[in-house]
Design a protein around this ligand. Structure first.
Ligand SMILES: NC(=O)c1ccc[n+]([C@@H]2O[C@H](COP(=O)([O-])OP(=O)(O)OC[C@H]3O[C@@H](n4cnc5c(N)ncnc54)[C@H](O)[C@@H]3O)[C@@H](O)[C@H]2O)c1
Length: 338
């Protein structure tokens, strides 16, 4: 009984947190001491899919690593501190997840973070391109609509670009949509599955409620309110935290869900599908989030938008201007960087 209490199975943490397959993945977390980085590292340490956990930050990683290393799971945890240890943190990594960067405060948009976070993401992905060019790169740092184009341009500069291995983590939008629909319809949110497409900021976040499984119906005014709540859910948390940051715990859950899905697919599990913001030819925007079939080498197939309602088509059309602007801003940043 005791062991059940102190050692919950990873599967209990979420629908795709598999315990069935064993893996020996080395996973690096860049920004591991932060509000997202610490609980995300905890969830990764608790997974049998991870054999080596490399924790990098510019502050506090010796403490975070020492703390996590006492947990009775097999993943070996090593902390790396400061730029001179970044290369060692990355060497041999098969998957890198990047929650480094400043979060929003009340009144800020994700784009307001651009100046600080663009530089951080460029520095970190440059190191990835040099020291683990084959790794899957999962970027959590905002603005995701710009940090993914930045990652792409950095990898291109180093001649190691593979569009199937670079992901903007938008899983939290899916997690929120599932939760809110579950609440409204009296369903177990763990059994609700809604694709969320587009980007990861305000109006660019587009839940495809017409494709929800199980099928759900809402009157138009409720549908609009629900869509608006999903789009502004991050701001709901920023306001509630009143200056102490943005979503960290739910983001750690969502980040872990995405990482475990990707590791499962890399391990050969079939039929693993997650939405993520990636290089895309599905719309006129060069990057777009859609459901992706994941495989051993990253994206196996982009499953596209599917059939949209007229309301969803309008949302996609309205998102294009902002999306393209944020993408261009990211691309220009790398072009103009000395
Ligand atoms: N994709 C999403 O859905 C989503 C959701 C929530 C938050 N976020 C974003 O995640 C990022 C992190 O949020 P947080 O709440 O954890 O912030 P935080 O300030 O609590 O933690 C950020 C961490 O990054 C570290 N860091 C800063 N510069 C670094 C560098 N050059 N190298 C390595 N580490 C560095 C800091 O030391 C800190 O430990 C923010 O950009 C936030 O906007 C994304």
């Amino acid at each position: 009984m005791l062991s059940r209490v102190v050692r919950p199975t990873v599967a209990a943490l979420g629908r795709s947190f598999s315990v069935s397959s064993q893996n020996n993945a080395k996973v690096a977390v860049l920004g591991a001491s932060g509000g997202i980085g610490q609980p995300l590292s905890l969830l990764l340490k608790n997974s049998p899919l991870v054999s080596n956990l490399s924790l990098y930050d510019i502050a506090h990683t010796p403490g975070v690593a020492a703390d996590l290393s006492h947990i009775e799971t097999r993943a070996k945890v090593v902390g790396y501190l400061g730029a001179e240890q970044l290369a060692d943190a990355l060497k041999g990594s098969e998957l890198v997840v990047i929650p480094a960067g400043v979060p929003r405060k009340p009144g800020m948009t994700r784009d307001d973070l651009f100046n600080t976070n663009a530089t951080i993401v460029a520095i970190l992905t440059e190191a990835c391109a040099q020291h683990c060019p084959e790794a899957m790169i999962c970027v959590i740092a905002n603005p995701v609509n710009s940090t993914i184009p930045i990652t792409t341009e950095v990898f291109k500069k180093h001649g190691v670009y593979n569009p199937n291995k670079i992901f903007g983590v938008t899983t939290l939008d899916v997690v929120r949509a599932n939760t809110f629909i579950g609440e409204l319809k009296g369903l177990d949110p763990a059994r609700v599955s809604v694709p969320v497409v587009g980007g990861h900021a305000g109006k660019t976040i587009i839940p495809l409620i017409s494709q929800c499984n199980p099928k759900v119906e809402f009157p138009q005014d409720q549908l609009e309110a629900l869509t608006g709540r999903i789009q502004e859910a991050g701001t709901e948390v920023v306001k509630a935290k009143a200056g102490a940051g943005s979503a960290t715990l739910s983001m750690a859950y969502a980040g872990a869900r995405f990482v475990f899905s990707l590791l499962d697919a890399m391990n050969g599990k079939e039929g693993v599908v997650e939405c993520a913001f990636v290089r895309s030819e599905e719309t006129e925007s060069p990057y777009f989030s859609t459901p992706l079939l994941l495989g051993k080498s990253g994206i196996e197939k982009n499953l596209g938008l599917g059939k949209l309602s007229a309301f969803e088509e309008k949302l996609v059309a309205e998102a294009m201007g902002e999306l393209k602007g944020s993408i261009k801003k990211g691309e220009e940043f790398v072009k103009n960087k000395k």
